[in-house]
Every structure is written in structure tokens, then in C-alpha cells.
Design a protein around this ligand. Structure first.
Ligand code: ZN
Ligand code: ZN
Length: 233
């Protein structure tokens, strides 16, 4: 069995998701990256940021958490998943997100997982929505149902990264829609996204879900940008 597993690993060499180096250990990372993985630490228990942004806006979600700082290898992994068709990276990344869920105080409340939606046009252009891939894997691991047909993005918006927090809010206004409020009514929902920046996407999605009768919304992202990174951009 041991030999077969090893052989299979050689036949199907995997890559370190953080740097792209082939790895044969069965782990999603290479030895060089273990110490460099930029896990989030010392963050605000509500907004999940190193430099709290809670006083900057009214949140419609209860809490947002993320696994990595969007930096170094973690940024590499997510960019590969998003822009380079490395859809196999969703599995290990969601594995980390599931660990984060297990450590949270909300995992037992979650009744439904919803991925941050992309417009139909953007999804067709990319061929997939990376948040859907992450949510599917989270659902498989946690046995909590997910759906990518409840929360939709119905308006094409400008790329968010050039906009400040106020402009992002305006940009996202009217962008999301719930197909049937019965499906979210009274439910505690986990929103799932790849990157959490200013929180405007999480917040606007949460607002729409709450407006449609959701009980509570929690948010999880694979990675979160930190304030110092935002200032550089
Ligand atoms: Zn590596
Ligand atoms: Zn905060």
C-alpha cells in the first residue's frame, strides 16, 4: 500500500500550493514554505483584521475570519487558483478554511454556506468561480449544505482594488440579489470568499441576506489583506 501510494504520488506529482515546487509528500506544501506560510494572527475577533476596521462601517455580519494574510505564498496560491486555472488548489485551501471553522465559535450554528457570487459573464469568462469551488469543498468537509443559486451577482461592477471603501460601497450597490428569500429566511449563513479586503463584498452580501430574513451571517475567506498592504496599493 505504501509503495503504491508513493508510486501514485510520483505519477501524479503535486505542487506546493505556496510556491509551485513539485512535492511528493502528499502534503499541499513544500518544506521551504512551512515556516513562511503567513497565517493571520492577533486579529480583531469581529472584523478579523490586524488593524481593526470595526469603527469604519456598520457591519451586517457577525464576524469575519480568514486563514492567511494575503501575502507571500498565500497570495501565490490564491492567484493561481483564481487566474491560472489551478482549480485543484481549492481543496487544500478549503482544508485550511475548514480548520479555521473548527476553531471558531460559530461552526455549530451554520446552516447554509453561500459563496460570494460572480456575475454570469465573469464566471463564463473565467470558466469557474473560485469561491464556489472553496464553498463546495467546505460543504463536503463540514456536511453543511451549500448553494451557488441563492445569492447572485446581477450587476457588473468595476474592479474593486482601485477603489476606496466608500467607492466600493457605491460600486456594489444593487449588485447582489437573493433568488428566493424562503431559502435564507431564519437561517444562520456562512459567506465564503477567496480574499477579504475592505469587507465591502462581505458586508453588502450580508446586508442583502439580512434584508431577506437571514438570522445571522458569518464570513470566511482564505486570505485577508492587512491595512499596511492596502496602503501600498
Ligand atoms: Zn513551497
Ligand atoms: Zn474589528
Amino acid at each position: 500500500m505504501h509503495i503504491i501510494t508513493k508510486l501514485l504520488d510520483y505519477i501524479f506529482p503535486r505542487q506546493c500550493i505556496f510556491c509551485g515546487t513539485p512535492v511528493y509528500s502528499g502534503l499541499p506544501y513544500c518544506e521551504d514554505c512551512i515556516d513562511l506560510i503567513p497565517f493571520t494572527e492577533d486579529v480583531c475577533p469581529v472584523c478579523g483584521k490586524e488593524s481593526c476596521i470595526c469603527n469604519k462601517q456598520q457591519f451586517y455580519f457577525q464576524k469575519a475570519v480568514s486563514v492567511f494574510n494575503y501575502d507571500l505564498g498565500a497570495e501565490h496560491a490564491i492567484r493561481q487558483l483564481k487566474f491560472n486555472e489551478k482549480i485543484s488548489y481549492a481543496k487544500p485551501l478549503a482544508g485550511y478554511m475548514y480548520q479555521k471553522m473548527l476553531q471558531s465559535d460559530f461552526i455549530n450554528k451554520i446552516q447554509l454556506i453561500l459563496p460570494a457570487p460572480m456575475t454570469k459573464k465573469d464566471t463564463i469568462a473565467r470558466g469557474y468561480n473560485q469561491s464556489v469551488l472553496l464553498a463546495k469543498e467546505l460543504s463536503r468537509l463540514s456536511h453543511i449544505p451549500m448553494s451557488d443559486r441563492i445569492l447572485l451577482k446581477v450587476k457588473q461592477t468595476r474592479k474593486q482594488h482601485d477603489l476606496n471603501s466608500e467607492e466600493r460601497k457605491i460600486n456594489l450597490s444593487g449588485a447582489f440579489r437573493v433568488t428566493d428569500s424562503v431559502l435564507v429566511s431564519g437561517k444562520t449563513i456562512l459567506l465564503c470568499d477567496d480574499v477579504y479586503t475592505t469587507g465591502s463584498t462581505f458586508n453588502e452580501c450580508s446586508r442583502i441576506l439580512m434584508e431577506n430574513g437571514a438570522k445571522e451571517v458569518y464570513c470566511i475567506a482564505a486570505a485577508s489583506t492587512q491595512l499596511k498592504q492596502l496602503k501600498q496599493k
